[in-house]
Every structure is written in structure tokens, then in C-alpha cells.
Write a protein that binds this ligand. Structure first.
Ligand code: SAH
Ligand code: SF4
Length: 374
């Protein structure tokens, strides 16, 4: 695998332990670690010199060791009133996307917008699902932990710019979903370290139950994730309720067919003691039959899983279509009738939410820098 080695690493890749080790090596006192981490995650500084309680000599030393943000915001597309889609350039000029979704949520006697950040974990994706823009663009490289964390810092910066918030100490978003570009479980170590930084009190302090990792179904890594310290939520991109249908659109199904994937999903549920979600994109004449709905209901009941149906978002250059509303509803009815907990994505902005990878694909095409097209 092609590995990008930056000239200087970013400090957002360090955890508390590695920062302590580095400070010790540099002859600096240990108590500085928590001060530095507070500047990074609570105050979210944009410059080393903003770290006002850190002596100048240490600030200079920090700047010699690390860069602050390893990515640059190059485009922020406000496609609807509920989503901001950001395109970032990495140090090697690769492009990645991050999406902020503001879904209205009605509380008791009040209306509150629930903010979800959708992060990327790879540049492109190697899994080549036939319906997906990220897969279409091919795989370039894994992101580093710092590049994952920096996406969230950038979202905080964006929100800090847009609103005057008194509670700047806390991230303004409510959920983080690893549903952007790439396959999170194929960049496992980066994912686990990023989860630690997101969850830790010295980091974002973000609750594990508010983090969702979405996978196309890497069975062994699902088991591994179940054993990890940060008990995140899991979503599995099923998209086919039988091997025959799944195989047509998801090459991964040949490596891990349902007979391997479903027991791994069960293991995760048992370890995690939380319902997992089965994502099911509805694609016309491919997986939207009532037989598929019945088979999906069977799987969901067996796993005690929630089903999230997502009407397909058309991707330029791909033949797939979204079924009619009537057909979508008939599909969902079959699941409901069989007692399955099911939602269908209807909120505004869905056009952008589920289609991570498209903005990058479009920009790479315009620049003529697309890595490969299957
Ligand atoms: N690689 C992981 C996470 C990134 S994809 C995975 O496959 O789960 C996040 C979700 O978006 C997946 O459920 C994926 O199947 C879905 N998706 C991809 N392209 C889509 C499209 N054009 N319309 C709707 N959903 C799409
Ligand atoms: Fe990769 Fe997920 Fe897209 Fe499949 S759906 S190509 S695994 S990003």
C-alpha cells in the first residue's frame, strides 16, 4: 500500500501517552501535556502562539516537532439549508470530504437541530461497491489519525466562525459517523486511535454511543472492533439480503458472504449490548423486491437489528436509480409488518448525506487528477 509520510507529523495524531513520552524526551515537564491538550481540544487554537500559558521556548519546540492542522479547507458547499459539505486538501494534495448535517429534531416543547458530522477515513476506497462514488474513484491511501481528527477540528472552527457560542469548550455537534469516504475497518489502527482521542476526557470527551462506524462488512474486523475499549455503535452496509443480490453490487461479499458476516454482526451485538443498524440502500429493480424485504426482515429479526432504508442517490456515470415512492413504501411495510424496527431516510439534505465521495469525484474530474476509474 502506498504510504504518505509527511515532512512533519501533526500533533492531532498524538494521544496523551505519546505526548507525555515526547515531552519527557525533549526535557519538558509532564504537566504541560494536559495544558497543551486543553489548547488543542477545548480551545481549538489555530496557532501555537495562542497557547498563552505555555512558555515561548516550549511553543517553539512544539512547532519544530509537529504541525497543527494537516488539512486545508478548500471548498465549503452549502447545498441545502441543512448540510455543509466540505472539501479538504491534505498535505499531498489529496482531497477528502467531510459533511456537517443539521437535522431538525423536535424535543419536548422545543426544537433543536441535531448536528451530525460525517468523516472520511481513506482517500477513495478499495472495495469498489458498484453504486458508490468513493469506490468509483479508486483507492489512493489511508488517512492518518491526525487527518481524521483534524476534520472534526475544522468543523468546530467552521461552527465557531458561523456562531457566537458561549460553550466553546465543547464540540457543537451531537453525533459523529464514519460514513464518509473509505472503509473504516480497513484502516483499523487509525480508526481505533481516532476513537480514543474522540472519546477521552483529555480529547474531545465525546460519548462512544454518539459515534457510529459504518462498514461494508469486514467480518474479522467487526469482531475485533467488538473487543475494543471504545464501545461505538456499528452500522453494516447490507444492501442485499441474499448472497446473490449482495454479490452483484458489493465485491466484498465474495470474501465475506452472509454466512460469515452475520455471525460477526451477532458477536458485536452480544459484546456491545446495543442494537446494530443494517443500512439498506434501495435500488430500483436490484434489491427493492418484496422477497428481498422479507429476507431482510428475517435477518434483522434474527440479529435484533434496526434497519435504515436509504433511497439511492444517483451518482453521475452509474446506471442505478431510486425506486418510486410507492415501491419504497411497500418495501418498508413488509419490514414493519414483521415487527422490524425500521426507518427510511427522508430528511432534507439526504442528497448530500449519503453520497460522500461525489464532491471529490467531481473536483478530481475537473482537475484531471482522478487516480483510477474502474
Ligand atoms: N465504507 C463504509 C462507510 C462509507 S459509505 C460502508 O460502506 O459502510 C457510507 C454509506 O453510504 C454506506 O452505507 C454506503 O453504502 C452508502 N452509500 C454509498 N453511496 C451511496 C449512494 N449513492 N446512495 C446512497 N447511499 C450510498
Ligand atoms: Fe467503499 Fe463503503 Fe463506498 Fe463500498 S460503499 S465503495 S466500502 S465507501
Amino acid at each position: 500500500m502506498k504510504k504518505f509520510v509527511p515532512v512533519k507529523p501533526s500533533i492531532y495524531g498524538e494521544n496523551r501517552e505519546s505526548l507525555l513520552t515526547a515531552l519527557k524526551r525533549g526535557g519538558h515537564p509532564a504537566f504541560r501535556a494536559d495544558q497543551i491538550l486543553s489548547w488543542l481540544y477545548k480551545k481549538r487554537v489555530r496557532d501555537w502562539n495562542e497557547m498563552s500559558n505555555i512558555p515561548k521556548s516550549l511553543r517553539e519546540w512544539l512547532a519544530e516537532q509537529w504541525t497543527l492542522l494537516p488539512l486545508e479547507r478548500i471548498l465549503c458547499k452549502n447545498s441545502s439549508d441543512v448540510t455543509d459539505k466540505m472539501l479538504f486538501a491534505l498535505e499531498d494534495h489529496s482531497l477528502i470530504e467531510t459533511v456537517l448535517i443539521r437535522a431538525p429534531q423536535i424535543g419536548v416543547g422545543q426544537e433543536k437541530a441535531r448536528h451530525t458530522v460525517c468523516v472520511s477515513i481513506q482517500v477513495g476506497c478499495a472495495y469498489g461497491c458498484r453504486f458508490c462514488a468513493s469506490g468509483l474513484a479508486g483507492f489512493k491511501r489511508n488517512l492518518s489519525t491526525a487527518e481524521v481528527i483534524a476534520q472534526l477540528i475544522q468543523i468546530c472552527h467552521l461552527e465557531d466562525e458561523q456562531t457566537v457560542r458561549a460553550d466553546k469548550d465543547y464540540p457543537s455537534f451531537d453525533n459523529i459517523v464514519f460514513m464518509g469516504m473509505g472503509e473504516p475497518l480497513a484502516n483499523f489502527d487509525t480508526l481505533v486511535r481516532a476513537l480514543e482521542i474522540l472519546n477521552a476526557d483529555w480529547g474531545f470527551g465525546f460519548g462512544a454511543r454518539r459515534i457510529t462506524v459504518s462498514t461494508s462488512g469486514l467480518a474479522p474486523q467487526i469482531r475485533q472492533l467488538a473487543d475494543e475499549a471504545v464501545p461505538v455503535r456499528l452500522a453494516i452496509s447490507l444492501h442485499g439480503a441474499t448472497d446473490e443480490v449482495r454479490e452483484q453490487i458489493m465485491p466484498i461479499n465474495r470474501k465475506y458472504p452472509l454466512a460469515e458476516l452475520l455471525p460477526a454482526a451477532r458477536y458485536f451485538t452480544e459484546q456491545n449490548k446495543r442494537m446494530i443498524t443494517l443500512e439498506f440502500i434501495l435500488i430500483e429493480d436490484l434489491n427493492d423486491s418484496l422477497e428481498q424485504a422479507a429476507a431482510l426482515a428475517e435477518i434483522a429479526r434474527d440479529l435484533h437489528a434496526h434497519v435504515n432504508c436509504i433511497p439511492y442517490n444517483t451518482v453521475q456515470g452509474l446506471p442505478w436509480k431510486r425506486p418510486s415512492m410507492k415501491r419504497q413504501e411497500a418495501f418498508v411495510r413488509v419490514l414493519r409488518k414483521r415487527g422490524v424496527s425500521v426507518t427510511i431516510r427522508r430528511e432534507k439534505g439526504h442528497d448530500i448525506e449519503a453520497a460522500c465521495g461525489q464532491l471529490r469525484l467531481q473536483t478530481e474530474k475537473e482537475r484531471g487528477t482522478l487516480v483510477s476509474v474502474e
